[in-house]
Design a protein around this ligand. Structure first.
Ligand SMILES: Cc1cc2nc3c(=O)[nH]c(=O)nc-3n(C[C@H](O)[C@H](O)[C@H](O)COP(=O)(O)O)c2cc1C
Length: 381
């Protein structure tokens, strides 16, 4: 395990052999606990932290606890079918991997291992422009579908270059994150003096070499300023993004019906109802609470996905019942990667798949289409 600097670091990474094998971890919370034991404190805190007082971070998981499932019985639930389609692409389950920076913080192979895990699970991996492996290398790691997430920056030529590279490398959608006009403040990172090691930072934002190869080994990273999201971004910029590449746009970070309406009008193919895992505006609603309003506003004009706090198969069932076509899972995948590399990340995705299959059976659903709003009620007070 690579040591990561930070004055708050108190714990060194432990060898993987000291932990139970990924197959013996039973819930996603077990995986998180094992990752916490394994990772340097500053790294674990960086992954789990939220903005400011972490109200929204807590709200994401708590929102699932405020719903109850009203199961149907006496339905034939043999041969359950979890497969579905997202943006026209077949996936084995309605559970995707959310874009997150720097997977090599927790595993030497980083995004390459995550890509193999997502491919084994038959699902889509969204990689971040802050990935610690070049996007071209992630693309060739597996033939399975991938999306590239980015924020629009002031120097539109840089954004255009990234979009064009994604299209050339075979990415199937661009995820435009819209909830980062400025970066949320994360007190845990500030206290720990957490900094991403230079060799992992901005791998996809290196100056072209003399030969013109983008992001080539050995080339210098651009400054962080050059990749700071443009606070002047508006939904009108979606039209421009659509004009530079024939890729569908997934607009990530929407919590309101009126914003969802604007995104749909400006050509979003999908919306991710998200508060960035509680890492941006603290006090923003739980994603699950925002989901019904967004789904209603969109009214089928584009696909609706959600992320934030999904930690079990029943959570996936709940989100689908409230209007999501699929969910994205963030931190648990990195925790899995931290404890077992590719196998650990795969285990997390398999756990969620198996839990969803069981939850569907217990709720009387054989297929994803059988999941409807009638299955979920607010918890009694
Ligand atoms: C360590 C970490 C890094 C992240 N990096 C990005 C990123 O680069 N781009 C982005 O749009 N979202 C990023 N996110 C937010 C995730 O895509 C996602 O919205 C969130 O993690 C979902 O919540 P969950 O972790 O509770 O599943 C990051 C989240 C974490 C925890």
């Amino acid at each position: 395990m690579r040591r990561v600097g930070g004055k708050g670091e108190r714990r060194k990474g432990k060898e993987r052999g000291a932990e139970p094998s990924p197959a013996r971890l039973v819930t996603l919370h077990d995986v998180e606990r094992a990752a916490k034991r394994r990772l340097p404190k500053a790294v674990y805190d960086h992954l789990r932290s939220g903005a400011d007082a972490e109200r929204t971070l807590a709200a994401n998981e708590a929102a699932f606890q405020r719903r109850v499932l009203w199961p149907r019985t006496g339905r034939d639930v043999r041969g359950r079918e979890l497969a579905t389609r997202v943006l026209g692409v077949d996936v084995a389950m309605p559970i995707l991997v959310a874009p997150m920076g720097y997977h090599r913080l927790v595993d030497p192979e980083g995004e390459l291992a995550t890509a193999r895990a997502a491919a084994a699970a038959g699902t889509i991996l969204a990689i971040s422009e802050l990935a610690s492996v070049r996007l071209e290398d992630v693309a060739t790691a597996t033939p399975s579908p991938k999306w590239l997430q980015l924020c629009v920056v002031e120097d539109r030529a840089r954004t255009r270059a990234l979009v064009e590279r994604a299209a050339a490398a075979g990415y199937q959608a661009i995820v435009v994150t819209v909830d980062v006009p400025v970066l949320g403040r994360r007190p845990r990172d500030v206290r720990a003096g957490f900094a991403v090691p230079a060799e992992l930072a901005l791998v996809n934002h290196r100056e072209p070499t003399a030969e013109g190869a983008p992001g080539a080994e050995g080339s210098a990273p651009v400054g962080f300023d050059a990749v700071t999201p443009d606070a002047g971004f508006t939904f009108a910029d979606l039209e421009w993004l659509r004009s530079i590449a024939p890729l569908p746009l997934v607009v990530k970070g929407i919590l309101r019906g009126d914003d969802a309406d604007l995104a749909a009008r400006h050509g979003a193919a999908a919306i991710v109802v998200s508060n960035h895992g509680g890492r941006q505006l603290d006090g923003a609603p739980a994603s699950l609470d925002a989901l019904p309003e967004v789904a209603a506003a969109v009214a089928g004009r584009c696909e609706v996905l959600m992320d934030g706090g999904v930690r079990s198969g029943t959570d996936v069932l709940t989100a689908l019942a409230l209007g999501a076509r699929a969910v994205l899972v963030g931190r648990p995948v990195l925790y899995g990667l931290a404890i077992g590399g590719e196998a650990g990340a795969r285990r997390v995705l398999e756990m969620l798949r198996d839990e969803l299959s069981a939850a569907m059976a217990l709720a009387g659903c054989r297929t994803i289409e059988d999941i409807d709003a009638g299955l979920v009620h607010p918890a009694p007070r």
